[in-house]
Design a binder for this molecule. Structure first.
Ligand SMILES: Cc1cc2nc3c(=O)[nH]c(=O)nc-3n(C[C@H](O)[C@H](O)[C@H](O)COP(=O)(O)OP(=O)(O)OC[C@H]3O[C@@H](n4cnc5c(N)ncnc54)[C@H](O)[C@@H]3O)c2cc1C
Length: 1011
């Protein structure tokens, strides 16, 4: 290793010498651009604002818009006199400033984008040819949200291929040696551009759709003697891309074709395993293929996404770890050069010098591998490599400015990154010695995160306060349970096996549980699979009035002891329940798929939420359980603390069959109440499973009672019952309001004023601003409206589009809806499953008829499974705010689109309903975002994301107006609804003798004292 290090340094220094012969700053365009980048590297806040502005600029229409955004992004932010003067000047001459800014940003983009279209790019490629630099061309485009987009992309790839082949037909290899390995024409393809419905849980579906799209491209490339590279994108698509590559290239037609390659990202922890697997596959195929080794372009995205979902992070956390891994993989590639052609995609001189030195040590000729670098970056390094006799290829993106923005921003980030090589060398003049150090020496052992740890050091530090004190943000006192990441084959296999297992238990019978006893009744209620209504998932014993009475008695009898059980013990019960659900996670998810038609990831999210409720409420109870001194005064102690209310009756819906039932019941139990929980009639099996969980966790008899039965019979009876002190309800407005009214009547013998926690429906809107990113707007809207087939109270049902934006959005919204996968959610990648039952199915079909009469049916899916309660995703346009479909909750996959003049009208329409549950706003205008945050009348306001998917502790959930009584499930004040406050005051002076200090803490007021 020492000798190799010496050689690496020698080569590295040689590259630097050559680079320094033609010095070039990091940002080659002088003036405006260079100054902005320099400022960005000094000021992180400015960088964020600048990149956001660059991102939105091409989509702004008029100069006035440009200047307004400029003002919003940069004024009053202390960015220095130059910027402030510029912003002021732009306000004075908007027309000119708008033009100048656009011109400058296009200049910036053109530094990284090699041409607007295939014709345009040829000029660049010719110039590079003269410099002995080859090319690979990539197509930039809008995010693919529909199959129409994907087809268009595929056609553009083919056109580009034809054009490149035609225009370069007399070009030869710059090195002239081993040229058969390196065709002149080289096209880089993004797999996600070819199929809009890629779902990590379902690689087989993606491959089925992608193979027919890729075949013509590969076939034509082969005919034309061209090379196709499969680029690598985010981790979610990695396994599918690898699998697709191997699948299609093992087909008889392509098995002996060597001119294909794929990318391996060294920043991924599992990249070595992937590369070994590929090499093994290549050997079995016995035809050469290529690998472009890179570090990876999505580091920030991967870390953020993993943190948000509490996933194991797939990337290394320390930059030198990625560098070391790149070198390990370089060795693996070069050692296997008999089967795999290596391309090293890096601008880092150390990384490059290592590959050179190692190749020499292994006796591999320069012409057998290549270095690849990005267009517009590291020009002097490319030149140096050519001078040293290496093969160099440039990665040249082609496309218009607007769709190229995401790419441009990625490059700007890369160039200005604190950790990046380019900034260190070209902007900060770090010494050659330092830049050529062995990255192994730079990996920090202490402070390093053990492999597989979910949180990177930086993020962990930000959250340090969480562990330290109960005074930290309430959502931070615990960690959300990780979602299952279906990108892993193990997770997919476990889910499949859980589904098989759940199927084998179809038809089982589930008892009531009252006072710790299993109770069977004569009546059994079947619970059916809405995707296949002839399948009975299970039967629940149906409770009548006698069982309801028994349950109240049991709950009341258990209350005395449970209410005096220390909160710590109650909290631990919830934590045990959470652990059991974690253990039975797949099993519970599988039951949801069958019983309520949830797609895999939605079912998993429901179980995760139930687990989170238990852990979060346990923590919150520890915070609330301790009596608190009200004031420090000598001679007196006053403590504020809480008592449970009594018997709680929990009535839950079927759409979050375990989470909501568990959330309400666990809140009741942990606060010391005793609970009767009634699952929905459509999700009895899920309810029974939750009861099993609590039984296993050791809930004492009578503390939690499971009572399935009809709402109209036992529900109504218990709501009115004199011995029920609290009702926690989540469901329809119709039933909720009845409960609210009925609970307000005081019955003879009633001890308490009943407390009602009532969470009802929504008629949720998302407003799309004129400057919104249309691709993202479509993605969020489609998911919010049609995820779990619109059967969420938070689902989007009114999409409000500004006139200015209307056509742009609609043009892509309908094809996106038309591309959704509708079907039985037992299949992993399904997004739209069945309605819960026949009644819902009929009601929604009726609404669709109403919609047809009131508005214009703009889209309705046609291909539906023949059985089951499937309703096609449906979109209405020309909807007016007073129409029924714009006012009434439909609870299905029906979306109304409303066109409005401006943001004033959009807010008026959004707020003009009876409901106030969730609402969303998609915009890139900071001022408009601030305004909507303040003015949108909903309990949960979501900016630039979907309006569904609340997470316990992070997004306390619940609405007001006719959406609910203002409670927030999963929030810090939720448990207070289950408690009555008390204050205990003691005069501690006796004959003028007062203790000197008042104690700050005392234990609970419990008597008899627990042992
Ligand atoms: C021709 C070419 C094609 C490419 N194609 C792809 C592709 O298909 N898919 C893809 O994902 N990338 C691709 N890339 C890679 C990517 O776009 C970056 O250019 C590359 O990662 C920069 O690495 P570097 O060696 O030039 O620079 P360096 O400055 O040495 O490395 C920067 C890289 O280190 C990694 N890194 C940064 N911070 C950390 C940290 N804290 N912990 C761990 N790692 C960290 C990141 O990958 C970052 O990009 C390609 C690059 C080139 C040159």
């Amino acid at each position: 290793m020492k000798a190799l290090q010496g050689e690496i340094e020698r080569r590295g220094r040689r590259i630097f010498e050559l680079v320094d012969k033609h010095p070039e700053p990091l940002f080659s365009k002088a003036g405006f651009y260079q100054r902005l980048m320099a400022l960005s590297m000094r000021d992180e806040r400015f960088k964020v604002q600048l990149f956001r502005f660059v991102d939105v600029l091409p989509s702004l229409r008029g100069s006035r818009d440009v200047v307004e955004h400029l003002n919003e992004y940069f004024s009053d932010n202390g960015f220095g006199p130059l910027i402030n003067a510029g912003v002021r000047l732009a306000g004075v001459v908007p027309w000119l400033s708008g033009r100048i800014l656009r011109w400058n940003v296009s200049g910036m983009a053109h530094q990284f984008i090699a041409g607007k279209n295939p014709d345009d790019v040829m000029a660049t490629l010719r110039k590079r040819r003269a410099q002995k630099i080859g090319f690979t061309v990539d197509l930039l485009g809008e995010a693919v949200v529909s199959e129409a987009d994907a087809d268009e992309y595929a056609a553009r790839y083919l056109d580009l291929l034809e054009k490149l082949a035609l225009d370069t037909k007399d070009w030869t290899d710059p090195l002239g040696k081993n040229s058969e390995l390196f065709p002149v024409v080289n096209l880089s393809v993004k797999i996600s551009a070819l199929y809009s419905q890629m779902n990590p849980a379902d690689p087989a579906d993606a491959i089925t759709h992608l193979v027919p799209k890729l075949r013509p491209l590969l076939r034509r490339a082969r005919e034309l003697g061209a090379f196709i590279n499969f680029d690598m994108e985010s981790y979610a698509h990695k396994n599918t891309t690898l699998e697709l590559f191997k699948t299609i290239l093992t087909e008889a037609e392509f098995k002996d074709w060597p001119h294909v390659g794929i990318v391996i990202q060294a920043y991924l922890r599992d990249s070595e395993a992937d590369l070994r697997d590929l090499i093994e596959w290549g050997r079995a195929r016995s035809t050469r293929f290529a690998v472009r080794l890179v570090k990876g372009a999505y580091w920030d995205y991967e870390t953020t996404k993993s943190l948000q979902n509490s996933w194991d992070c797939p990337v290394f956390f320390q930059k030198p770890q990625s560098d070391v891994n790149f070198e390990i993989l370089t060795e693996l590639l070069l050692e296997n050069q008999s089967i795999v052609t290596a391309a090293f995609g890096s601008h880092n001189v150390r990384t490059i010098a290592h590959a050179q030195a190692l190749a020499d040590e292994l006796g591999i000729d320069h012409s057998c591998f290549e270095f690849q670098l990005l267009y517009g970056m590291a020009g002097p390094i490319k030149r140096a490599l050519v001078e040293m006799g290496y093969r160099v290829r440039e990665y040249c993106p082609v496309g218009e400015l607007l769709p190229g923005m995401a790419y441009l921003v990625r490059r700007l980030l890369e160039n200005t990154s604190n950790e990046g090589f380019l900034r260190a060398k070209f902007a900060e003049n770090v010494s050659a010695k330092e830049l050529l150090r062995d990255p192994r020496e730079l990996v920090k052992p202490d402070g390093a995160i053990p492999p597989g740890s979910p949180i990177p050091a930086t993020a962990r530090n930000q959250h340090r306060k969480n562990d330290a004190s109960l005074d930290s943000a309430p959502g931070d006192v615990y960690r959300n349970s990780p979602l299952v990441n279906f990108v892993y084959k193990d997770s997919q296999d476990e889910m499949r096996s859980a589904l098989r297992e759940a199927r084998s238990r179809f038809g089982e019978k589930y008892p009531l549980v009252i006072g710790g006893e299993k109770v069977w009744t004569d009546q059994l209620t079947p619970s059916v699979n809405p995707s296949a209504p002839d399948e009975i998932v299970g039967y629940g014993s149906e409770a009548g009035i006698p069982e309801a009475e028994q349950a109240v008695k049991a709950a009341r009898a258990a209350f005395g002891k449970w209410s005096r059980t220390p909160f710590e013990e109650r909290a631990r019960l919830l934590e045990r329940a959470a652990d059991i659900m974690e253990r039975r996670r797949y099993e519970l998810s599988a039951v949801e798929v069958f019983e309520v038609g949830k797609p895999w990831s939605e079912a998993d999210a429901d179980i995760r939420e139930a687990i989170d409720f238990c852990r979060f409420y346990a923590q919150q109870m520890r915070r609330l359980g301790r009596p608190k001194l009200t004031q420090q005064v000598p001679g007196e102690e006053s403590y504020h603390h809480y008592w449970p209310r009594g018997v709680a009756f929990v009535i839950a819906p079927w759409n979050f069959p375990i989470a909501i039932l568990c959330g309400m019941a666990s809140a009741g139990v942990v606060t010391g109440n005793t609970v009767i929980m009634k699952p929905s009639e459509q999700s009895i099996v899920c309810g029974a499973m939750l009861m099993q969980v609590f039984e296993e966790a050791g809930v004492p008899p009578g503390v939690l009672n499971f009572l399935s039965g009809r709402g109209s019979v036992i529900g109504a009876h218990l709501v009115d019952h004199k011995d029920v002190d609290l009702i926690a309800f989540t469901g329809s407005r119709e039933v909720g309001l009845k409960i609210w009214e009925s609970a307000g009547i005081t019955r003879p013998g009633q001890r308490e004023l009943k407390r009602v926690i009532c969470e009802m429906g929504g008629k949720n809107a998302i407003i799309v601003d004129a400057d919104a990113d249309v691709g993202e707007a479509i993605g969020y809207s489609i998911y919010s409206a049609f995820g779990y087939q619109g059967q969420k109270c938070s689902a989007l049902s009114r999409l409000i589009l500004l006139e200015e934006n209307y056509d742009r959005v609609m043009e892509r919204l309908i094809p996106a809806a038309a591309s959704l996968r509708v079907g039985n959610p037992e299949e992993p990648g399904i997004m739209v499953g069945p309605m819960i039952d026949e009644a819902a199915y009929r009601r929604i079909l009726d609404y669709i008829e109403v919609g047809k009469r009131e508005a214009t049916l703009a889209y309705q899916a046609k291909d539906l499974p023949p059985h089951g309660y499937f309703i096609p995703p449906t979109i209405f346009t020309d909807v007016k705010p007073n129409m029924r479909i714009a006012r009434e909750e439909i609870f299905g996959p029906v979306l109304s689109v409303l066109k409005v003049r401006d943001l004033d009208e959009a807010l008026e329409v959004a707020n003009g309903t009876d409901y106030a549950l969730t609402g969303g706003f998609l915009s890139r205008s900071p001022a408009n975002i601030e305004r909507v945050k303040a003015q949108l009348e909903t309990g949960n306001v979501y900016i630039n994301r979907s309006c569904t998917g609340a997470i316990v502790g992070r997004h306390p959930f619940g609405g007001f107006k006719m959406s609910g009584s203002g409670t927030k499930a999963g929030g810090e004040d939720y448990l207070l609804n289950f408690l009555v406050p008390r204050v205990v005051t003691e005069n501690t002076t006796s004959h003028g003798l007062a203790p000197e200090q008042t104690p700050e803490y005392r234990a609970e007021f419990l008597w008899p004292k627990p042992q």
